[in-house]
Design a binder for this molecule. Structure first.
Ligand code: HEC
Ligand code: HEC
Length: 271
């Protein structure tokens, strides 16, 4: 909206002034500011949002995949101060510094793993990835590896640190493109892997050797969908604490996109 208005020459002067006075976070983003914001948030916002930014009864979760949220400090600041008109999100007349503290807390929760300071030895982490972890069997990293799991070359930019850890340690819902499946053909051959495309008449299976099989469903004697993801989720137990930490640190630094600075308002969904 602002951008539309500001593209009109008449309003240019007004908008330029308005943008120039937009407040900047004076407090920085250090751990003490995050902690203060966390406390304020849990005191002020959990009537609707869940505790620690989770889902509440009356408002959405504020943590999760960054793509779906307001991203810039300023747009979160404006949302807290002004509310979201037409929704249950009210305006708050807190002191500016307190709003900034909450903003810094929300941003910290939403940051991608690559924006988070993760201690650990990335070289050792790579050794775990290619060796003991056995990850290359299923995952590509920078052009090498298997394709039965997602390419991890940009994983640090795609998920939060929390979500990265959960992928390695907790059973999660299986994403649509990675449903495990086993079929037995009419002539008794068994093929196992993940179902890439499936409808009433045909099925495509990517097997552990990264080979794609296409079957008519009437060629098959049995179709057995797996219940759990092929992704193991016990890496915090099968690896030593140090190996696990190094692996996470290495993954968090995998960023493979051209650098792109988000403008205010860009990439936001909804109001
Ligand atoms: C009375 C209930 C209520 C309270 C209290 C409340 N919120 Fe909200 N909030 C909502 C609702 C509902 C939405 C979703 C609005 C919509 O549909 O877009 C929302 C949305 C938001 C969003 C936008 C989500 C996004 O996409 O980024 C932010 C940020 C937010 N709230 C922060 C806060 C903070 C910080 C506090 C405490 C200072 C707070 N809210 C207190 C109800 C509430
Ligand atoms: C037997 C195959 C297999 C092995 C071995 C394996 N993965 Fe996976 N992984 C998958 C599959 C399939 C998925 C996608 C389905 C899912 O998320 O459950 C996945 C998902 C993931 C994700 C989530 C990706 C995203 O976009 O959210 C991460 C991170 C990951 N694996 C890391 C690893 C690491 C690190 C290792 C080694 C320590 C490893 N995986 C070993 C098959 C495997």
């Amino acid at each position: 909206m602002t951008r539309f208005l500001c593209s009109s020459l008449l309003l240019w002067a007004v908008c330029a002034t308005a943008q120039a006075v937009h407040p900047k976070n004076p407090l920085g983003t250090g751990p003490d500011v995050v902690a203060a914001g966390h406390a304020l948030y849990n005191r002020t916002c959990t009537a609707c949002h869940g505790i620690d930014g989770g889902e509440g009864e009356r408002a959405p979760a504020l943590v999760g995949d960054r793509r779906f949220f307001r991203l810039s400090e300023n747009s979160i600041f404006d949302t807290i101060r002004g509310g979201i008109p037409g929704t249950a999100m009210p305006p708050f007349s807190l002191p500016d510094d307190d709003i900034w503290r909450i903003v810094v807390f929300i941003r910290a929760m939403r940051s991608s793993a690559s924006e988070t300071d993760v201690p650990g030895n990335t070289q050792q982490g790579m050794a775990v990835f290619t060796g003991k972890g056995g990850c290359l069997k299923c995952h590509m990293l920078n052009g090498k590896g298997g394709t039965i799991g997602p390419d991890l070359s940009n994983i640090g930019a795609q998920v939060t640190l929390k979500r990265l850890r959960e992928s390695l340690t907790q059973e999660r819902p299986i994403p649509a493109d990675y449903r495990p499946i086993k079929v037995v053909t009419r002539d008794g051959k068994t093929v196992e892997g993940i179902a890439k495309n499936e409808d009433a008449f045909s099925i495509q299976i990517l097997d552990y050797q990264d080979k794609l099989h296409l079957y008519d469903t009437n060629e098959l004697r049995e179709i057995l969908p797996g219940k759990t993801s092929l992704m193991p989720h016990d890496y915090d137990r099968v690896l030593s604490a140090q190996e696990y930490q190094d692996l996470v640190a290495m993954l968090a630094r995998q960023v493979h996109t051209t650098l792109h600075v988000h403008q205010d308002g860009e990439g936001e969904v909804g109001r």
